[in-house]
Design a protein around this ligand. Sequence first.
Ligand code: NOJ
Length: 572
Amino acid sequence: MENNNENFVRSRWYKNSVVYQIYPRSFKDGNGDGIGDIRGIIEKLDYLQDLGIDAVWLSPCYKSPNADNGYDISDYRDIMDEFGTFEDWKEMIKGLHERNIRLIMDLVVNHTSDEHYWFQESRKSVDNPYRDYYIWRKGRGKNGKRPPNNWTSRFGGPAWKYDETTNEWYMHLWAEKQPDLNWDNPKVRQEVQDIVKFWLDLGVDGFRCDVITYISKTINPDGTIPNGKFNPFACGDELFCHGPHIHEYLRELNEKVLSHYDCMTVGEAANVDIKTGLLYTEESRNELDTIFFFDHVETDMFMQVIPKGFNLVKFKKALVSWQKAMYRKGWIALYLENHDQPRSLGRFTGKFDNHRKEAAKMLAISLHMQQGTPYVYQGEEIGMTNFKFKSVNEMDDKLALNIWNIVKYIPIVRQLYVPIMNKRSRDHGRKPMQWTSGENAGFSETTPWFAVNPNYKEINVEESMSDENGIYNFYKKLISLRRRPDTAEILREGTFTEYYPKNKDLFVFNRSYKGKSLFVVCNFKNKNVALKLPDDISFNNPELVIANYNDVEPISSRTLRPYEAFVFMYND
Ligand code: NOJ
């Protein structure tokens, strides 16, 4: 509800919350067409309530021709036909709110679909009133047949598309069907404010702001990055991110709309370093409330695509540096998975063999005990794993398919494609949710739009819920620690001290607040590892808060079992 009272103070509820991400196409099919939808989500509202999460981030459900699975919006005020109707959406938000679950919608406003009315108009003529809603330029060279500069799209190929109607080029940092909006045009910013207000007035509680760090751009000549350096590849995020007016535009959106609601924003912040992260999230700056940073999920990648071995020391360093820098200043989103990332099991744990459950629980502890708002991606709470692709024909993601269209002509690289995708593809997280061991994993009554992972017979919600020691019930317990006043307070306010940063097997840290602490130990390896307790902690009145093995010994220096993880609370 809009609040124009000048004494209104936002409650910042997200600091006490755990958010669950739903990728609607793959969550649950409610109408039997093989595609996940809003009726499917409604069927699972009790499930979400039982898990105990506080908010849902719903990936885009707006009208879209699906060039990028909904991240290409053709009408911001309507629901995609495949996902249902506006009435379904209203029933869903009502059902969520009745269960005290907030709803965070995806705000995709760096670009629209090329089928959006604004773009349809914009491309008609150079003097169309919508022309400046997008970024149009004349081409270079004779007859302007070369793109305005050599920037490349994040999906491969030039970031410009020639349009013969007006003999000009439009910018698209993603697919050709995703033209970039021109945020320098005040009318575009006004439109975005109106869209945000429209959804907030319908009761939405916040927004996950898609590629928000890209909205302000300087169109430089070939390969010149904003700081003046030359980038010969012309494809790095540094070309497009954190442009000259980004902070001004975010503050404007905040001041005009967001600050009048008890809502939250989480920005997808590509290419963000800590200094810039603080600019986005420091409360006094009134820009975004929180951000997703990428440092930890890039430690096992070369140039964001080519997988390299997982290195726990680098991974910890990436996470810990944010913990330290943001303390009492900004606020971050904590995540290991989402619809753009492979599954975390295997990726951050190495081969887990018969220790899948311990490994999944250990990862959960390592993340949820940090300061920030933890995100659980659908299926993470039952330990879903990556799919084993055998060929490009089994893939769906536009990014993966575009990469194939480039590498298929290069013999050696062509052979590396499937192994690389098996580590990296965005498709892993987009496989249908595994609800039961029955047909189609209980996702749909009919053949799903995307083949289910055959391991659904063993890994599914039904199995996990019925197992007292299963991953699902473990997540419930972990999430409930944010409701228990003493643990919740330490998690929200506590300092963060890391031990043994150079240890290649263990992630050990301590969270402290007002004389009480949480001591967190995670063995990231599928082997026994020695733990030596830090000398500077006296562990008065230790209480075991959570662990992934049942028979945990009293706190002591000892040998940890494969993936063993636990949290002790004690008085300082
Ligand atoms: C980030 C989204 O998470 C991703 O799925 C999408 O392809 C791009 N933004 C473009 O919208």
